[in-house]
Design a binder for this molecule. Structure first.
Ligand code: NAD
Ligand code: ISE
Length: 340
């Protein structure tokens, strides 16, 4: 069976996912797209034989669309996800699920009223081979109970439109999801401290930031977010347990010996660093859709948790205080189960 997919939002990542669904993943076809930039939508639709429709609703309701991918701007996600749930169609939504926690809750309510999971959120790190190996090591007990996690999320440059709040909402959001999943634990409080600012930043930006988290089990996490580090895209993660440590590998790269030095390249951005993860994410999601099964990836609850925790980080950045996260204490039983 070919899974026919409608894509809402044909910007940078929308185009990349359309390429993935057309050229990388087997058994899928993009049949309809929508973007408020109609010229862009038409330009993107034509080469893959899709129709550019007049609204997100038309895409969702199209008879030749079995499942929906939402890759529009964050504040528009909730409307499209709720539309897909109302139509009873599986929906993959890029992060964030919604920019407001109240909208995430509406999605959670609508999905529960539907009666089975339809929503998957695009936290692709759960599909990265290194993070998956870390999770296996943690689950095996090889390093004992986890005590601390040290992370860094560095981008070469941020661009002028990137704001201090986006360090949490756009960037740290990936660690928030992957650490909740890795540790199978919930974040209970957050704090943000800021060292002296890099001179290589846009004037308005607080960069770098150090985010501190405490989980329900008492694990302490420190995360450096540094989005103007200049030298490349660099993701680090080390978990320290009672009996040992486990560290995320750097991406494989040849070692060049030349002029008296040994060097390995650092990737320029997240696209290359997580390309395989994105591919696996879409293979697993479309396989579930083809079988008529529930998705096994990040759920609407995980999307809600990420929005709540990034909201707490923004509050903590402004106040300098430790901010408690109480909203996640009661996860509905609907979202219990592996990787939910
Ligand atoms: P972009 O600005 O390149 O593209 C967004 C597109 O959405 C634009 O073409 C815009 O015209 C369109 N759009 C805006 N409102 C719309 C609406 N109501 N209906 C349909 N289309 C609409 O942005 P992008 O970088 O492609 O990011 C899109 C989403 O993907 C964001 O939510 C972003 O956070 C997420 N993203 C995720 C990752 C990741 O690592 N998983 C990386 C980059 C972006
Ligand atoms: C971007 O939106 C992403 O999602 C990338 O994965 C992240 O590294 C980057 O900081 C964000 O701006």
């Amino acid at each position: 069976m070919t899974v026919r997919i409608g894509v809402i939002g044909t910007g940078m990542i929308g185009q990349d996912h359309i390429r993935r669904l057309t050229e990388v993943v087997t058994g899928t076809r993009v049949t309809a797209v929508f973007d408020i930039d109609t010229a862009r939508a038409e330009r993107v639709a034509a080469p893959v034989g899709a129709r550019a429709l007049a609204s997100g609703r038309e895409v969702i309701e199209a008879a030749d669309v079995d499942a929906v991918v939402v890759t529009s701007w964050g504040p528009t996600h909730a409307e499209h996800v709720l539309g897909a749930i109302a139509a009873g169609k599986p929906v993959f939504c890029e992060k964030p699920l919604a920019t407001e926690a109240a909208d995430c809750l509406k999605i959670i309510e609508a999905e529960q009223a539907h009666g089975s999971r339809l929503v998957q959120v695009g936290f692709m790190r759960r599909y990265d081979a290194g993070y998956r190996q870390m999770k296996e090591v943690l689950a095996s007990g090889a390093i004992g109970e986890p005590l601390m996690v040290h992370c860094a999320h560095r981008n070469a440059t941020s661009g002028e439109n990137y704001t201090s709040e986006m360090a949490a909402q756009d960037t740290a959001v990936h660690e928030i999801d992957v650490l909740r999943w890795l540790l199978d634990d919930e974040i209970r409080s957050v704090q943000v401290v800021t060292p002296r600012r890099t001179r290589k930043r846009p004037e308005h930006l607080r960069d770098p930031q150090i985010m501190l988290f405490e989980t329900a089990a008492g694990v302490r996490i420190d995360l450096e977010v540094f989005v103007n580090c200049q030298y490349g895209y660099d993701i680090q993660c080390e978990t320290v347990g009672e009996d040992g440590t486990v560290r995320l590998p750097d991406p494989a790269a040849v070692a060049v010996r030349s002029s008296g030095t040994v060097s390995t390249a650092v990737l320029p951005d997240w696209k290359g660093r997580f390309e395989n993860a994105f591919d696996t994410e879409f293979r697993e999601w479309t396989r579930a859709v083809a079988k008529g099964a529930e998705p096994t990836g990040p759920s609407a609850w995980d999307g809600y948790a990420a929005t709540v925790i990034t909201g707490a980080l923004v509050e903590a950045l402004e106040s300098g205080a430790i901010v408690r996260v109480d909203a996640l204490e009661k996860r509905p039983a609907f979202y219990d189960g592996e990787r939910r």
